[in-house]
Design a binder for this molecule. Sequence first.
Ligand code: FAD
Length: 322
Amino acid sequence: MAGILIFAETDAGAILPNFWEQVAAARTLAPQLGSVSVAALGWQIKTDEALRSGAEAVYVLEDERLTEPWPDAHLSALESLCHELHPAMIVMPRTTLGMEVAARLAFRLGGALAQDAMTLQLADDALTITRPVAGGAASATVRLNRAPWIVVPRSGAFTPAEPGAEASAKVVSVQPSISDAALKTRCVSRARQEGETISLERARVIISGGRGLDGPEPFQLLHRIADAIGGAVGASRPPCDSGWVPTSYQIGLTGKMVSPEVYIAVGISGATQHTTGCSSARTIVAINTDKDAPIFRMATYGVVGDWKEVLPAFHAALADRG
Ligand SMILES: Cc1cc2nc3c(=O)[nH]c(=O)nc-3n(C[C@H](O)[C@H](O)[C@H](O)COP(=O)(O)OP(=O)(O)OC[C@H]3O[C@@H](n4cnc5c(N)ncnc54)[C@H](O)[C@@H]3O)c2cc1C
């Protein structure tokens, strides 16, 4: 077993932006584990970026059944490739597909799974990782003795690598091996959630509202502020459960994991189920009437105050700035 394989997930043929964080994670162990390769799975894949990732080879696995994020099909194709290449480490994207395939692939290959890895260290034939626990308030150190190691880097933990100027990787076309017997589930239909302007996972600034907003109307103000600063609007679970905003806004354990540069939490108490989804943000700003709200323990900046006073003033200041 040697080398590192990066699973590049695609959407409509384009490799997802998480790929560059995976490349950065792989590079930390490349000196010890050897060559880095990429497995791009999808249909009509645009490989240009992967070719400039510094990888030695880009394995291109194209099949119409890989157009959708269908775990069974991706697992089957990736497992066969791993049996051929025997990588010591496989780096997966932190997406719904990536996390599901990672767990199942670890089981199939008899390896060890590292979800949400923030650091990677190799010594004495074991991989040691750190991962957040308790909603990002603490971190656990986990030693994985058994290769292959299937690693899902934590969003925001590795600074994305930059594409190189040269397309240096060789392209290897592989006919994916997807057995019908492996396809136990089927995607019946897909629908895009309405209401998202900028994707929360890609937004550099997010302003999120919680139960403290007390209804759907204040989210209009959050949207106006988000528009003024080129950000996106998110929410804690209660506004989604109450139908104030679509469920696609939810950030947290059962919602989205985000890692913006700035995360503004308005009327959100800071329950671990929420903060686990935003603890990777570089700067957290909290606005809350309760000075003892747990969100202030992790906030970089805090305003103890009523959003009804703070937000209109903030919006006006943004408007003055032009
Ligand atoms: C299995 C499980 C999964 C979960 N998954 C998620 C998840 O993915 N995401 C998530 O968010 N939650 C999740 N939850 C729910 C979570 O435990 C909390 O209940 C939730 O995050 C609380 O949301 P909140 O902070 O908006 O509301 P609250 O905890 O009620 O806090 C509201 C805050 O608003 C403040 N406030 C009130 N009025 C004002 C005002 N005028 N101005 C400023 N501040 C004000 C209050 O002081 C308070 O701190 C999950 C729970 C479970 C059990």
